[in-house]
Design a protein around this ligand. Sequence first.
Ligand code: SAH
Length: 472
Amino acid sequence: MAMNIKKGQVLQLKIEKMAFGGPGIGFVDGFVVFVPASAPGDKLRVKVFKKKKDYAEARILEILEPSDARISPPCPYYPHCGGCQWQHIAYTYQLQYKEGLVREAIANIGGLGDAAVKQIIPSELITGYRNKMEFSFSSRRWALPQEMPLSEDEKTFVLGLHVPGTFNKVLDISQCLLQPKTANQILRAVRDEAKQSGLPAYDIKSHQGFWRYLTIRHSVAFDEWMVNIVSSGENPSIKTMAARLTESVANIKSIVNNISQKRAGVAIGDYEKLVYGQPWIREKIGPYVFQVSANSFFQTNTRGAKKLYDVVADYARLTGKEMVLDLYSGTGTIALYLAAKAARVLGVELNAAAVSDALKNRDLNKVDNASFIQGDIRDQLPLLKEVPDVLIIDPPRSGMHKDAAKQISELGADTLVYVSCNPVTMARDLAMLNEYYELVEIQPVDMFPNTHHVEAVGLLKPKGSSMMVNVS
Ligand code: SAH
């Protein structure tokens, strides 16, 4: 029967567990059905909207019996906005499911059993934890059922978040629970000012219009704000907006205008103009200060980043004698966080702007035993002149290249610490490294409550090494 499932068909099923990427999974005669916005334990009536050879995707028509994990989602835009797909799940259950996804990846994808996976470290804040949010302007508003009908004026000017899986449907958002309250105040003020300017919002189809993106950044340590307006050109209305913003919101330290003529939907300008204050704000992780500009990468959950880096530091077990190699070092945050406890740290990073930020951050923190080189890991590893004692590996979501895994194995470091934002690629990479390195322990860390995302840190030791014992 399962193989005969068709698009449009109505089914009844029970959700058994969560899947990578966020939906719940139910089975019909062993056939996999993914259901967004569901939770394990739900008994549902669903309608199939996609059918593939190995699986189907279905939408909830009716909750026949709710899961114990269900709560009423706190945000009015849920589930239309794709920002947080797990808002209908109580936080303790979210934690349990995330830990489960890491276990499942390590056991089933990595083939490494799940004994090494520790209990997940929760996030300090469940809402308001993001230090950066990006919103899109659009001339095409996607209205919620309760917002209809819209006036012509309301239809053609929106500032908010994209409906998942679409590039041109934008919900008008007046508050987002992932960011602190002041950010919501900034968001509303920017929309009001932009509307009053009389200039049109950008249209992604015709590529006409002025207002493109708004990025708001916050420094938790210094309680400072940065506002980045991305527009298609320069206009005096940005100055007017900036003046009003600094009048109505306290602690704005930086307002910049990125000008972008690019058609692609990215909020990075062709060039940047400073409108108010300085072109950066400062943030702290532990005792270290980092300068963050509009276009530089920085961990989006500041408090969570500290917890993550503390796990890395714990696994690295530095005594002051070690040479640490930080692969995929980004803006140098992990390298600098570890430098005081090591003899020397060396970061390797592909992105030149990130490397220059790392060098700036090094000088800002007066760290004198850190260096950074720009280049692809695959090209740089063979050039290395010394054997690192500890390797930190923090690859992008897609994981490591298989050549890099081989090169890493050949380096012969005593300790590998693998940091991951994607359990699937982590499991695959740890399996590649498994010929020489044994997995000792994995610590999942939740940095993104209300979303399905989960971070994890793995500790690996050379096979047969005596250091396999006695790790807390
Ligand atoms: N460790 C950093 C950031 C890690 S994000 C932190 O904690 O903040 C992953 C980084 O890997 C990105 O900065 C990306 O530019 C870099 N990267 C991706 N592919 C790479 C490659 N082949 N060689 C070197 N760096 C790469």
